[in-house]
Ligand binder design. Structure first.
Ligand code: AMP
Ligand code: MN
Ligand code: MN
Length: 350
């Protein structure tokens, strides 16, 4: 069933340009798929699901990659299509077509960004903060995940869903909707989930692997990191901020990889007394990957953009510098000037 075009989403011309770019690939044409650094379920799932779709169309010279260390987080190591992945250093230098997944800006593509100048580039994304880089924009801020855009393009290319493609797109959709809990979980999202499930994929098994399986050491680590969570009820004009941090030493002491820190934000954001929640995760000597969430009073993507990052209104991030407390102070300063939505009551009164 055709959906009306979303405001700010791809136009018919954009879709036609993307379909034409794929269809006009020469025989033996080389395709490079790129997703954002430190890939999550949507980045990997939409990229690999679409890559498998291109395989079904007969594309043989096909690589998928992402910048940074070529390490796939354990929960995603059973995704179909992983054999398409190559380390960024080995990615085709002169592809005939490039597709980017779930990256709001070129900075999220690291050194791979030079490939965009060498071939037609189709950008599949759903971030409102997308900077419109690349040539063909399939950017739909109303889409719950980049995999929604990927499924639409596959449909237009006449690729039927099979279990492998569906599993990838399902992981992406489930990740970005918080397992179908967030507001962007529209009827269309459930309809897409129904199409994916109709291929016979097992949602229980997939969810257990992606969301509910972590090493024992990670559980002990969570205890420590959560025990140092701080509540600042006066932050964000009284809407409150709750935050914690995890250092590389924390990871080392518990023998854990950085990916295990990703679910922590979902525990921290439970605090009823705060609209804004943050987890500050050390990535280098004075460098931190920051995850921010809002319950609605604050547009955290504005805060993230002001601090050099990006994201969505209710979920955003950036790279922080200094000590963890300096990063938190920078967020607090930015929150003081951030746009506060007067329609949303302060969390302290809820
Ligand atoms: P996360 O907290 O990592 O789940 O990220 C939440 C949202 O913020 C996602 O949509 C990311 O794309 C975006 N985001 C996170 N970190 C950055 C960053 N350093 N630069 C731009 N966007 C980011
Ligand atoms: Mn992502
Ligand atoms: Mn996404």
């Amino acid at each position: 069933m055709a959906e009306p075009p979303a405001p700010g989403g791809p136009t018919e011309e954009d879709w036609a340009a993307a379909v034409a770019a794929v269809r006009s690939l020469p025989a033996g044409g080389r395709v490079l798929l790129i997703c954002h650094v430190n890939p999550d379920g949507d980045a990997l799932g939409s990229m690999l699901g679409f890559g498998l779709g291109l395989c079904r169309l007969g594309v043989r010279q096909l690589q998928a990659t992402f910048p940074g260390p070529p390490e796939v987080p354990e929960p995603f190591r059973a995704l179909p299509g992983l054999d398409l992945l190559v380390p960024a250093a080995q990615a085709i230098a002169d592809p005939d077509l490039v597709l980017c997944f779930d990256a709001a800006s070129e900075s999220r593509l690291g050194d791979l960004v030079d490939r965009l100048d060498r071939a037609p580039a189709i950008v599949l994304d759903h971030h409102a903060s997308n900077t419109r880089f690349g040539g063909i924009h399939l950017v739909d801020p109303a889409a719950a995940a980049t995999s929604v855009v990927a499924e639409r393009l596959l449909t237009r290319l006449g690729v039927p869903l099979d279990q492998e493609i569906a599993e990838c797109l399902y992981v992406a959709l489930a990740t970005d909707t918080g397992s179908f809990r967030f507001d962007m979980t529209t009827p269309a999202v459930h309809e897409m989930a129904a199409r994916l499930l109709a291929t016979g994929i097992r949602p229980g098994e997939i969810s257990r692997r992606i969301f509910d399986t972590r090493p024992f050491g990670a559980i002990r680590l969570y205890g420590e990191v959560l025990s140092r969570t701080t509540l600042d009820p006066a932050a964000a004009g009284g809407h409150g901020m709750v935050w914690t941090y995890a250092t590389q030493d924390d990871l080392a002491r518990h023998g854990q990889r950085p990916y295990v820190l990703e679910p922590l934000i979902d525990s921290v954001r439970c605090a009823a007394e705060a609209d804004v929640s943050c987890v500050v995760k050390q990535t280098g000597t004075r460098e931190w990957a920051v995850s921010m969430r809002s319950k609605g009073a604050v547009d955290v993507s504005r805060v993230a953009v002001a601090l050099g990052g990006g994201g969505h209104r209710l979920a955003a991030g950036f790279t922080g510098r200094g000590t963890a407390h300096e990063v938190a102070a920078a967020i607090r300063d930015e929150l003081d000037t951030a746009l506060i939505d007067p329609e949303v009551p302060g969390q302290a009164g809820v």
